[in-house]
Design a protein around this ligand. Structure first.
Ligand SMILES: [Zn+2]
Length: 127
């Protein structure tokens, strides 16, 4: 069962829809037309071209979601690195002022290295 959000608008007129052509209604500025391409697949009760087939719409939509999520994960990983680096600097200053110990600095550096390794992992994943 195709989820309705992936089914393009179906052309209903004013001209008689051509059953040999893709059922999708496409717009050009103000006007709407029936897609000019030939039917390639039948899904959800209509014939569609390869671009407008609900399964193709769904695949593009999911690919876009995956790219978006990967981008957000990458940004978060970068932010974690910058944040950990700022913490290292802050703890280093405290060590210098004898307000923190070298163990505190070691922990902050370990956190930074963990975040940096996670970012490096992301960068190799995405290619
Ligand atoms: Zn089409």
């Amino acid at each position: 069962m195709t989820e309705s959000r992936y089914i393009p608008f179906v052309y209903k007129g004013p001209r008689e829809p051509d059953p040999e052509r893709c059922a999708a209604s496409v717009s050009e500025g103000f006007w709407r037309y029936q897609c000019s391409r030939k039917v390639s697949v039948t899904e959800a009760g209509y014939g569609w071209c390869r671009q407008h087939a609900p399964s193709a719409v769904k695949a593009r939509c999911e690919a876009r979601d995956r790219r978006y999520r990967a981008e957000m994960d990458w940004r978060k990983a970068r932010w974690n690195v910058e944040s950990a680096k700022a913490d290292v600097a802050e703890v280093a200053i405290k060590v210098f002022r004898q307000q923190a110990s070298l163990d505190d600095l070691e922990a902050a550096v370990a956190e930074y290295e963990r975040a940096d390794a996670m970012l490096a992992e992301r960068e190799t994943d995405d290619g």
